[in-house]
Design a protein around this ligand. Structure first.
Ligand SMILES: O=C(O)CCC(=O)C(=O)O
Ligand SMILES: [Fe+2]
Length: 261
């Protein structure tokens, strides 16, 4: 059980929550055969759920932190992107600069050595924090009937998505992924990707996370319906090869405001 006051989430003893300690202890569950299973699934599907990723003590504080930031700073977005073949983005978002200022726990999650180590083990190579700060972390919320994060790819190799609030799958909001597809920013072809490969769907609960190879896995969040809400934090991770590539970030800049003015 955690308590929160104006200095942020605290333990019952009144000391600030130490996310690193909680992550390191909690990730004992992602070792041995469980880890091998995650590695195999990631290799096969290029996306893998990390069920129960979030240490229970951190879930409520992270939910509260994200909700507070979203309520104070969320921007409603609604458009379709030519650069992803016209797919819709209808959601409320907050970009990295605001989270850096107000999101101690989200920031600590992104810069956690234990999280970095776990992600590297799951994907089978070392991962690096994104060289472009605007993609370190963003929050998005689907909160209105029909809200969706339509089909797209992302700029860097890996995405890590922490699910803080999720509808029942009957109300939509689950993730769909199509591995072994690629994004030609000059000639994006979503329908071609759907025909070429296999769509898999994944439903998540609050506290789950997933890792996805975002540059070659087209993905989307199925539209939500009715009175429900879905909130996630998306954190971008680079591969070693990404660090030597010249990568642009058009969709992040428009959807989340990039690194700000
Ligand atoms: O909401 C999700 O689960 C995926 C988010 C995503 O794909 C993105 O922000 O690029
Ligand atoms: Fe994405």
């Amino acid at each position: 059980m955690t308590l929160t006051d104006e200095t942020g989430p605290q333990t019952q003893q009144g000391t600030p929550l130490d996310p690193e300690h909680l992550f390191a202890r909690h990730f004992a569950r992602f070792t041995g055969e469980t880890l091998t299973g995650l590695q195999e699934r990631f290799r096969d599907e290029h996306i893998v759920p990390l069920r129960g990723f979030c240490p229970p003590e951190l879930l409520r504080p992270l939910q509260d932190e994200a909700a507070g930031i979203m309520d104070g700073h969320g921007v409603d977005r609604k458009f379709s992107f030519d650069i992803t073949d016209g797919t819709p983005r209808q959601m409320t978002t907050v970009g990295q600069p605001v989270i850096k200022e107000h999101g101690r726990l989200i920031h600590a999650t992104y810069f956690s050595p234990a999280v970095k180590e776990l992600l590297g083990q799951v994907v089978g190579e070392e991962v690096f924090t994104c060289p472009y700060a605007g993609e370190h972390y963003v929050i998005s919320r689907l909160g209105k009937n029909g809200d969706t994060h339509g089909w797209h790819w992302d700029d860097y190799t890996y995405g890590f998505i922490l699910v803080l609030q999720a509808p029942d799958y009957r109300d939509g909001g689950f993730v769909q992924a199509v591995p072994h597809t690629s994004w030609d920013k000059q000639n994006p072809d979503v329908h071609g990707a759907l025909l070429k490969s296999q769509v898999r769907s994944y439903a998540f609960e609050a506290g789950d996370a997933y890792v996805v190879k975002t540059d070659t896995t087209m993905h989307r969040v199925y539209p939500i319906r009715g009175e429900t809400s879905r909130t996630i934090v998306n954190m971008t991770w680079a591969s070693g090869a990404d660090l030597d590539r010249d990568i642009t970030h058009e969709t992040n800049d428009v959807l989340f405001g990039g690194v700000g003015a």
